[in-house]
Design a protein around this ligand. Structure first.
Ligand code: UDX
Length: 434
């Protein structure tokens, strides 16, 4: 099939490359010329395991092309997938400016019957709005129908999620348009759920809100465990063994970040508010998450007093391992808090440093190894559970730090083992070793 993908961010690029991999003829369009040039040279603008190899292979096979030209991208395709960003507006609602601009370009340039698939996360009702917008602005008399097809891939495992994800959701207003989108995905061989458009839009928000709720729930339980002498790792395992609960997304820590959960939870609260429903549960989930990174700083202050003038290392800055993405990263919240408290901050991350430089600038010292970051430090905070950090020899903290005190926001180390090292080790939902 001939497929055009609008937007070469995480979702758009991974989708385009994976559709090319299963044999579709794919054109990816973006307004960012520098990004398109990189992609034409088979370089991925994002770090995602396996992506660059698959990109390069499909460019060579002639299955995927990159352009900034709407005339070229939209004039000769059966399916157009919109995967542009829907960032957060100051009031928490989704900003639909980019999706509107793309929809207008599509309407102006379509030269054949096409199905427009909305993959971007959009508030319930947006697909209908886009459908109207396109129909009103169509320059030629072609059949166009909008289909909702939310994306559930995770950064860091985006390719494997695209091929092996739990489900594909297709929300359409006619069987005909839904069937075309289903045909595009046949080779993925994944379970497909067909719904109406609004249910499909809601599935995306409800999924992310539910997962965020699981995380805030386990973080609250962890905070209580600390006070009652229980161990969150055992509690998570114990409750996760109940299949009705499930063991995933029960890892306590300094909270969720990334480009989806923080944005989508706020957008759903806003969406509910629009229909005069106060989503109190989700409001609390957000509140708990905002507070969670601050608790670790608070614990450090209770132990060492003021942080002013102290050399503090922060290991791991990405919002989770295997990505260079620092959007809404809880670890970056900790870095900013440390700066605000007057600490001298040394940071290390295997791949996210250049993104941190763009946002935090020169207010911290950037290190290229863990050893360098923790050398002479009085405190170390762990913000991301990179395997390099988990495997790092604990003995080195004692050897290299001025005073070996670790505040582990991701429970990277075994508690019993830490007891043998004679250092201060404070983690989440577990007994503090003082
Ligand atoms: C998420 C959804 O999982 C995905 O389906 C959707 O398409 C986009 O949003 P992503 O943002 O890539 O994906 O990351 P995810 O792996 O879900 O983790 C999100 C955040 O939750 C991370 O900051 C992670 O550290 C945190 N998390 C996750 C926990 O704190 N505990 C857990 O048990 C799981």
């Amino acid at each position: 099939m001939k497929v055009t993908v609008a937007g070469t961010g995480y979702v758009g690029l991974v989708t385009g490359v994976c559709l090319a991999e299963i044999g579709h003829h794919v054109i990816c369009i973006d307004v960012d010329e520098a990004k398109i040039k990189m992609l034409q040279e088979a370089k991925s603008p994002i770090y995602e395991p396996g992506l660059e190899e698959m990109l390069s292979k499909n460019i060579k096979k002639g299955n995927i092309f990159f352009t900034t030209s709407p005339e070229y991208a939209y004039s000769n395709c059966e399916i157009i997938i919109i995967a542009v960003g829907t960032p957060e507006k100051p009031d928490g609602s989704a900003n639909l400016t980019y999706i509107e601009a793309v929809s207008r370009k599509i309407a102006e340039n379509i030269q054949q019957d096409s199905i427009v698939v909305i993959k971007s996360t959009v508030p319930v009702g947006t697909n209908d709005w886009i459908n109207n917008l396109i129909q009103t602005n169509l320059q030629n008399r072609h059949f166009v129908e909008v289909v909702s097809n939310p994306e559930f891939l995770r950064e860091g495992s985006a390719i494997s999620d695209t091929f092996n994800g739990d489900r594909i959701v297709i929300g359409s207003s006619s069987k005909y348009s839904g069937d075309i989108v289903e045909a595009m995905y046949t080779s993925f061989n994944r379970p497909i759920l067909r719904t109406n458009i609004r249910s499909s839009e809601m599935i995306k928000y409800a999924s992310n809100a539910f997962l965020a709720t699981k995380i805030s729930f386990i973080n609250e339980i962890a905070n209580i465990c600390e006070k009652l002498g229980a161990n969150i790792e055992d509690v998570s395992t114990g409750i996760g063994l109940d299949k009705r609960i499930g063991k995933q997304f029960l890892q306590a820590g300094i909270g969720y970040g990334g480009s989806c959960f923080p944005k989508d939870t706020k957008a759903l609260v806003q969406l509910a508010g629009n229909v005069e429903h106060e989503f109190e549960l989700l409001e609390s989930v957000i509140k708990v998450n905002n507070h969670q990174p601050l608790l670790l700083i608070q614990k450090a202050k209770e132990i060492v007093g003021q942080l002013e003038g102290k050399k503090v290392a922060v290991l791991g800055l990405a919002f989770k391992p295997n990505t260079d993405d620092i959007r809404e990263s809880a670890s970056v919240v900790i870095v900013n808090q440390l700066i605000e408290n007057g600490a001298i901050v040394y940071v290390y991350d295997p791949i996210a440093i250049s993104n941190v430089k763009k946002t935090i600038g020169e207010s911290v010292k950037y290190c290229s190894t863990i050893d360098e970051a923790i050398g002479d430090a009085e405190l170390t905070f762990i913000g991301t559970e990179w395997s390099e950090i988990k495997k790092y020899p604990v003995i080195n903290y004692k050897r290299l730090m001025k005073t070996p005190m670790i505040f582990d926001g991701r429970n990277c180390y075994d508690l019993d083992e830490m007891k043998n090292h004679g250092l201060v080790y404070v983690s989440i939902g577990r007994e503090a070793i003082l």
